[in-house]
Write a protein that binds this ligand. Structure first.
Ligand code: SAH
Length: 521
């Protein structure tokens, strides 16, 4: 059949071509008989030669190219219909060569037959345990589609179930907390002081520990000379406290305190940290050949087991902003109550928090009065946000305008977690005339129990800077003071119930009629 080229073609040419096709010129695959159409050839092959082309194509999963090669293969090699075997999967079929893409007959109508229609509609056989089931392919596809949808739905449901189980777990924890706290009212003296931090679930506290996994925070701490050298001096100048002792380092970070203790003669140092930084500590300890003394444990102090019953000394650098931020002291007290041998010590042992009056009208107006006129607009509702947050910053010692007032003393060897939420009176005596615009807070640390060399450091504004800086609570309404005047009131410091690592602080200034609530978070 000679089909016209497309160039200059018109519909009549195509009709002519179709007409040619209907004139009985499709040669059989296995004999010389010419039939009217491709379908007739397939019919003829089936009845005369017992070869079902459609079935063969479907069974062998032939696509358009495979089919064309197959037709040309039969036409050129002329195998008997009985000699055409199916090709097992993975083997190369005899027609599977590109040479059979070349038409044997010019314009062979069989080559234009759309066999993909067969394969699309072909029934699919599924194997089941009892017998094979054959489905039309459309039904099979619909079934597959429903299966995928069912899978997607079950994935969503699984997620919801997981969330629901988590909620139940949370509820269970809350109920437990209620019951325990109720019991503790009756048996206060018998209960070890675990506190809210110990009850945090691992996932609730994950962000806290991941903040300690990056090297930079450890670099800041190690480079804080006041901090690190105080620990070093305490340990190296009081070696009798460590010689042949079992030491627990609560929150070892890079392992610096453990290594000081090992160098001071500790027989064993157990170093614990939940943060990933402990993997670095393992390398560091090995690098310094101290792995025979220091044993590192990855985990939350509240969850782990120690390889010993009791320890003689606990060292830890747990202090946060305003001393108690982070509530890591709870963890140290937990370790103390669980593992410290009778007569053992926790270092540092004495810590205090103090307040001072700050007079810095320029800074106050930059932060508070600023909102009264912003490019000619009033934004006064923003003022209260500024005065609700305690800010961690370096307070200029020149702005300090009172003597300090000590509001809390903590003895780490005896304090309980409950005592870390406290209320105290304060009284700030003005050292000069001026306007008090805020109250500053800082802490002091002392290593003294059984020490031959006491070591002390302070984070007050007039001392050497530390990474803890100071904490500033701005007054809503500044208070004018004369030298010798007292600014007095009450401060309460408590853990934030929703986030026990954060603090809520209330300052009541009795003689200025102000009640200020701050968050430290
Ligand atoms: N001791 C080190 C690091 C101090 S930072 C040094 O002085 O440089 C406090 C460390 O305590 C962090 O690495 C933190 O991950 C760890 N930590 C805090 N609470 C913990 C807990 N409950 N269990 C285990 N590690 C804790």
């Amino acid at each position: 059949m000679d089909c016209p080229s497309l160039e200059g073609s018109d519909d009549s040419d195509w009709e002519e071509c179709d007409d040619d096709e209907s004139e009985g010129s499709v040669l059989c695959l296995f004999c010389m008989e010419e039939l009217v159409s491709a379908e007739d050839v397939f019919q003829h092959c089936n009845t005369e030669h017992q070869f079902n082309v459609q079935k063969f194509v479907i069974k062998n999963n032939l696509d358009m190219y495979g089919y064309i090669k197959f037709i040309n293969y039969i036409r050129s090699e002329k195998p008997p219909p009985t000699g055409i075997s199916e090709s097992p999967p993975g083997t190369e079929a005899p027609w599977d060569s590109d040479q059979y893409l070349q038409p044997v007959l010019q314009d062979d109508p069989l080559l234009f037959y759309d066999v993909e229609e067969w394969t699309n509609q072909a029934p699919v056989t599924m194997e089941t345990e009892e017998s094979d089931i054959t489905l039309p392919s459309q039904q099979y596809r619909a079934l597959l589609e429903r299966l995928h949808q069912a899978e997607a739905r079950s994935e969503v449901t699984e997620g919801q179930l997981h969330d629901a189980l988590k909620d139940i777990d949370r509820l269970r924890q809350t109920a437990k907390t209620f019951i325990l706290s109720d019991q503790s009212k009756d048996q206060h003296a018998l209960q070890p002081s675990h506190g809210a931090v110990a009850q945090l679930r691992e996932d609730e506290d994950a962000a806290y520990f991941s903040s300690y996994s990056h090297f930079s925070i450890h670099m800041d701490m190690l480079q804080d000379k006041v901090r690190t050298e105080s620990y070093r001096d305490f340990i190296t100048t009081n070696q009798h406290l460590f010689k042949d002792k079992v030491v627990l380092d609560v929150g070892c970070g890079t392992g610096i305190l453990s290594m000081f203790a090992a160098r001071a003669g500790a027989s064993q140092v157990i170093a614990v940290d939940q943060s990933e930084i402990i993997y670095k500590a393992m390398d560091i300890v090995r690098e310094n050949n101290l792995n025979h003394v220091i044993k590192l444990i990855k985990g939350r102090v509240e969850d782990i087991q120690l390889p010993v019953e009791k320890v003689d000394v606990i060292i830890s650098e747990w202090m946060g902003y305003f001393l108690l931020f982070e509530s890591m002291l709870d963890t140290v007290l937990y370790a103390r109550d669980r593992w410290l041998a009778p007569g053992g010590s926790v270092y540092p042992d004495r810590c205090t928090i103090s307040l001072i009056a700050i007079g810095d009208t320029k800074m106050h107006s930059n932060r508070v009065a600023f909102w009264d006129d912003v490019y000619g607009f009033k934004m006064t509702c923003m003022r209260s946000d500024v005065t609700k947050e305690g800010s961690v910053e370096e307070i200029d010692p020149e702005t300090v305008m009172s003597e300090p007032s000590l509001i809390k003393m903590v003895d780490c060897c005896s304090v309980s977690v409950a005592e870390l939420d406290f209320t105290a009176d304060f009284s700030l005596k003005a050292t000069r005339d001026g306007t008090c615009t805020g109250i500053g807070g800082y802490f002091d640390i002392v290593f003294e129990k059984d020490c031959t060399n006491k070591v002390y450091f302070s984070t007050a504004p007039n001392c050497m800077k530390t990474h803890w800086k100071q904490t500033l609570f701005l007054l809503e309404k500044p208070v004018d003071m004369k030298q010798g005047d007292l600014l007095s009131g009450k401060i309460s410091v408590k853990k934030n119930k929703k986030d026990p690592r954060a603090l809520v602080i209330r300052i009541e200034i009795a003689n200025a009629g102000q009640v200020l609530d701050f968050q430290l978070q």
